[in-house]
Write a protein that binds this ligand. Sequence first.
Ligand code: NDP
Length: 263
Amino acid sequence: MDIRLTGRVAIITGGSKGLGLAMAKRFAASGADVAMLARTQETLDAAQAEVQAVSAGRVMTVACDVCSATDIAAAHAAVVGTLGKVDILVNNAGQSRTGAFLNVTDEVWQEDLDLKLFAAIRLTRLVWPGMQDRRWGRVINVLNTGAKTPRAGGSPTVVSRAAGLALSKVLAGEGAPHGILVNALLVGLIVSDQVRRGHAALVAKGSNVTLEEHIAKTGAAVPLGRMGTAEEFANIACFLASDQGGYIAGTAINVDGGASPVW
Ligand code: NDP
């Protein structure tokens, strides 16, 4: 199956690293114009060069903290101003944050909800009217498998992710009559910058395990016997974003090598 995104414009939050960068590359190589949002301009510049190398299309970056409603509005205006419209939105920016319930302060709860829930709410609200007018849109919310199986000690992340799952379902029902397909992708363990930072933290604490050993050890408990790659993740996102994924709405797909105990 030849999956093409020709003529589409995509926003990918957290597009400068890890899964976001892999999606930016995959979407651009499939013919889309791509806008990557993240906080650090230097990393965005490097990412833009990587994406542009695999694409003849337009690639832009916007420095934006998705926790800020003002930044989000400015980023959306910049993308529409440069690329003309938004057909595909991937709400991907995020990072894990967990702790024992009594240790999670109001401030931490709010930060986590701003990053993982309100960012998606605010950006989707902005791109939605254009998608409705053109009767074509895709919104992909990147969550984690904990959204379906919240565990003790998993807050605030799993609670924010469960809310993201509910948001995806609500939006899917409202969007489908207008040709806007909303789905969630639930990440298990996928090699990314986040994982590299986790390894660096272990080394800083005195571990002498190599990155390769760390990745192999972490992946050993997954039924497929390994961590996933960002490219594998980007493939399923690209399919959902394409016309070939045109009858899939309101679903939440585990991309986890079989690790989740539930569907
Ligand atoms: P990375 O840490 O590799 O990349 C995160 C990206 O998000 C970077 O581009 C980062 O850039 C950006 N970002 C972080 N905070 C903000 C912010 N406030 N505003 C704008 N951009 C931001 O993460 P992954 O690729 O691993 O993760 C992608 C998504 O998948 C995340 O939502 C994560 O929680 C989820 N996930 C990943 C798992 C995995 O195994 N990799 C497991 C479970 C969930 P910058 O720092 O410059 O802003």
